[in-house]
Write a protein that binds this ligand. Sequence first.
Ligand code: NAP
Length: 489
Amino acid sequence: MTTSGSNLNDVRVIIIGAGMAGILTAIRLREFGYDNFVIYEKSDRVGGTWRENTYPGLACDVPAHLYTYSFEPNPDWSRTFAGGAEIFKYFEGVANKYKVMDSIRFNEGVPHCKFENGQWKIRTSTGREDEADVVIAATGVLHHPRTADIPGLDSFAGACFHSARWDHTVELTGKRVGVVGTGSTAIQITTALVDKVAHFDLFQRTPQWVMPIDDRVYSDEERAMYRNESTAIEALRTQIDGEFQRFANAVIDADSPAMKEIEAACLANLEDTVADRALREKLRPTYRAGCKRLIFSSDFYERIQHPNAEVVTSGIECIEPRGIRTEDGELHELDVLVMATGFHADKFIRPTTVLGRSGKNLDEAWSDHPVAYLSISVPEFPNFFLLNGPNGPVGNFSLIQIAESQVSYVLQLIGQIRAGECREISASARATEDFESARSAAAKKSIWATGCDSWYLDKHGVPASWPWSPSHFFEEMASPKLEAYDRLG
Ligand code: NAP
């Protein structure tokens, strides 16, 4: 890797987004001697997903010690699966510790980037113009709320909001609350709210497979051990990582015995935990476990049996001022309606306009579906790199591990510019086509392609994720194959 030495070019980098990946990029750039960079952040704080999502029950279903930067272990995680507020605090703490805050321009989104005369020219939401050799899009994956297009939604007389836009001014105690959706978000909200409200309706279009997890508080002794013995925390990370790799290896092969074991564990969870036969049948999925993103929960089945809770399975016909009318004619009266209806998972940096070489528009390049070579680089968009971009292993393993390996990879590409090997670098069209055709063929063998609908699928019904093993991903990320890149200048 070109990391140091004399006669290196001063490469200026613009990072878009100060979430997990943007903070990481800034830290790594500085570590490798790049001081000429800036982060543009549309909001007034760091944290990305963990700033935007504040719903009750918010937690990460990746164990906390794995959902941690490798270089900044946190012995003080309070529990095995940390809550959102604690994770937000962790990222803010890391950004402060590594003095990333000084490099962030808050409240400045980047609606426009254009590659012109060998430079990226950007315009921010405040009208500022800036330019750089390199743009890194650290803009996150699931951050454009998708509100279901249900007739009458605007007519609802109570409070109504998307799960990622939680309105904390709305009092929930003693209220009738309805949640539309049964994804990871809705399940976490359900477990947090059922016993705090007067009545809770979960509007389920599709039942979910639920994998039980051991979510527990770490004792003072355990936290002291992790603080005092670095090998203990490393051993824990290695163990969790091994479990995740096994899971990630299972989902890419729908016929694998491991996938059947996962399904058996979820099925046993349903059979053993839900006592009422009618409720159990409502909650029983009819598609393969793991086809949609698996729900990881220690207590969803227990909580949904609370006397306050009801699973509504009749389809939603419309929303009326007093509540939701289902297709069986019943009106479910509500005071508060939460749309836990997911995100537009194919947007990535968009709606930012990104114009590459000769004015090529990223939105047009991605008009069929978003594609990036190894999830990082797009042909004709030189020196423009995506973190957690399209076709990456999003959903299979810890996004932090993914971003760390991607940043190391991108640093090697930037190293080419810094060392004067080239001025412009982007994946070749040929390498990208070959990658995407192999990727989509492999994706058809994954569990995501076994006949359910989910945000993993592109508009043709093909899973958009990384369909190979984690070890293959990390091997690819170890060192760029430069022959796959167009290098000019
Ligand atoms: P999601 O998985 O996309 O779920 C959206 C839900 O809304 C689905 O149950 C869907 O039903 C339902 N829905 C959408 N439109 C509807 C309509 N018109 N009528 C009725 N129901 C409708 O979204 P999410 O729960 O926000 O989760 C998205 C992803 O975020 C997760 O898969 C996960 O990767 C991530 N996440 C992670 C965590 C974590 O702990 N790490 C927590 C929350 C979220 P159908 O299934 O029938 O389409």
